[in-house]
Structures are given as C-alpha cells and as structure tokens.
Ligand binder design. Sequence first.
Ligand code: NAD
Ligand code: MG
Length: 409
Amino acid sequence: MIAGAKMNVQRVTILGSTGSIGASTLDVLARHPERFRVTALTANSQSERLFEQCQRFQPDVAVMRDPVAAADLRERLARAHLTSIRVESGPEAILTVARDPSSDTVMAAIVGAAGLLPVLEAVRAGKRVLLANKEPLVMSGHILIEEARASGAVILPIDSEHNAIFQCMPAGYRTGEAPTGVRRILLTCSGGPFRTLPTSELSRVTPEQAISHPRWEMGKKISVDSATLMNKGLELIEACRLFNVVPEQVQIVIHPQSVIHSMVEYHDGSVLAQLGNPDMRTPIAHALAWPDRIDSGVPALNLFDIARLDFEAPDPVRFPCLQLANAAIRVGGTAPAILNAANEVAVSAFLDHRLHFPNIAVIIEQTLQTLPASSDSSLEAILHADSLARESAERLIVTVGERRRSQMS
Ligand code: NAD
Ligand code: MG
C-alpha cells in the first residue's frame, strides 16, 4: 500500500460468534482495529457471551436465534447503556444479517445444517464468505458453488485442511474451479483421541473423553466428529465440492502431530504443503486478509521442538464413518445430506448419553439403508432428505436403546 493511503475498512458479520471459531475470529479482528469493523454478531442462545462480545466490539446489530435469550440480551445492553446496538431474534433475522449490504465479509461459523440457509443467503448476496461451517457444503456444495459463480461471491475455506489446500493451489485459483496440473489432494488428519485405544474399549468411551481432542480446541459436535473420524469423512466431501475433484483424487493421511494441514500433489511429482501450529486463527487471518497476509497472534512454528512428522493410513475397521462418507459422496444426490443429518442426530444422542460411541456409525449406516438417496439434488430435495433422515435416525436410536435395555434385563 502507498504510504499515507487510507485502507478501506472491511465490515465483518460473524454468524455463530459465541462458538469456538467465532471467538477465534474476534481475537484476530481485535488485533487489527484499523482494518476491520464488526457489523453484526449472531448466536443461538448464549446471551451472556454475546453481551460481552457486544460490549467489546459494538456491532450495529446482535441476533439471537432464541427469542428468550434475545430479551435477556436486550436487557443487559440497556443496563450497560448500549441501546444503539439493535437486538433481533429468530432464524429470519439471521438470514437478514447474512445478506445485509452493510457488511462485505461474512464468517459462517454456525455449527451443522442450521447454517445452510444463512450461508446460502450470504453467497447469494455476493459476499466474501469465510466458510467454517462445513455441513452446508457437504449437503449442498454444488448449489453454493453455482450460486457463488452467479453472484460473484468469493468462498474462502476456513477448515484448516481446506484452507491449506487453497493456499497450495495454483496462483489465481478460485474455489469451485477445476485446478490445473493437480493430481491429488493429501488430506491430513490427526487421528483423534482414540487412534490407538484398543477397539474393545471404544464402547465405553464417554462424551468427556471424546471431546478432549489431542491437538485442537473446538466445539463439541466437531470434537466428536474428530473422534469418530466422521469429521474427515465430511472433509473428504468438502474437498470434492470446494476443489472440483473426485473422491479418488483425495487421499486421507493420518498425521498425529497436526503440523502439516494438508497437501496438493501436482502431475510433475511436486507436493506442496502448508504447515503451522494447530490454531484456527491462522486460516481465519488468511481468509480475512486474502490475498494479503496479516498477524494472527499464532506463535511461530518451531521445527526443532516438533522434531519429527509421522504419517500412516487410517484404519477402516476402527473408523467406519470414513467409509460411510466415502460411499455417500459416490452415490451423490441427497446421500451426503442424509449422512450429515444422521450424524448430527447420533452425535447429539451420544453427547446426551443416549447412545454408545460405536453406535454413532451404526445409526448413520442404518439411516442410509432405510432412506434411499434421491438423485434430485435441488435445495428442496436436500432439505426434505435432511428432515426425513433426522426422524429416521431418532427412531433408530430409540430402537437401539430399547434393544440394549431388554438385553440387560
Ligand atoms: P461451536 O459449537 O463452538 O459454535 C457454534 C456457534 O453456532 C455458536 O455461536 C452457536 O450459538 C451457534 N449456533 C448453534 N446452533 C445454532 C442455530 N440452530 N442457529 C443459529 N446459531 C446456532 O462450533 P465450532 O467448533 O465453532 O464450529 C463451527 C463450525 O465450524 C462447524 O461447522 C465446524 O465443523 C466448523 N469448524 C470448526 C473448527 C474448530 O476448530 N472449532 C475447525 C474447522 C471447522
Ligand atoms: Mg478440519
């Protein structure tokens, strides 16, 4: 930039600001007040957390999905004399801020399928969309990519692996394009907390054990997904959608140190990798500033401390979710949406102590068997499949629970 020239302030909306990605995003934004301004924050029901963020970042508008939590937030803001911050509530209000022209950048950090319509809204409005929320891509990535092409929206991946792959793509590459010269994508995976646990012990693992990830601090749902490796299955589908490759071109590589965040292999034999400490502020800062580079607050990588990098193939017996995701993307149509919905329901049941850990995969597999996928991959068909799969997975969980109780009695 020319010395003395004024930089345009980038106006940022964060969908899901009270979560793990939301908090990391605010941490990066706070380091660059001259460059970014927070225009809107949204959350599900954590009014106290959103209030603290409102106090600190003073957005124009704060949205809570839950109206009771919104009333609480309004009261807290009034008591703190922060009445200039508008408070809205409900899913419609989240859609409104997602498309609002007063921001140019939207961080999509809601968890699960609940983020699909807000992401779509931001894409249709032609924003720079920083996409952490991988489930909408799994369900309907082709629609998001097409809509981005039509509106001029720029989708930048936040998932650390996909952000790494994006960084290793040829210069000028845009998500959704078929990359030239690329042979394969090497998608790395830490292996999660149960990589070496004897398989006979998997049925006894608790939600608390499953959410304590060895390398990353994340929300509960993605932490369980990382323990079953469904996260990597979802990421395989995410990679195919974002980088226009077929599943055969994506190899999953277990890399327990989580230092290489993924790699791109070219036809000439070159393999480009992106390395860094496992901290989501790096991909977030990368996408916020792209194509510039800014400080993220992440300490420099010390290769002497790391000393070695290990790689191994994933164990398909220990981690059946990988195979289920692989099969779903090959079937196509509504199959990835069914897989995703069944997983969300099963993970939530596991977190509520209603399902044993290995049964997460069983419920997903049975849901996929019960509900044949449709080749219609319109938004309507996908949303319909999502809701049928949720009902079906809930019923199967009840059946599994009843069977267990009758075996015990
Ligand atoms: P989280 O559970 O910590 O936060 C989720 C956020 O979404 C919260 O602000 C919550 O209030 C909001 N939310 C939840 N349900 C909602 C609903 N129905 N309507 C509106 N808002 C709702 O989750 P996270 O770990 O930050 O993950 C967010 C997304 O980013 C997920 O899709 C995850 O797969 C992806 N991701 C996360 C990480 C990570 O390190 N945490 C890494 C890569 C990708
Ligand atoms: Mg990831």
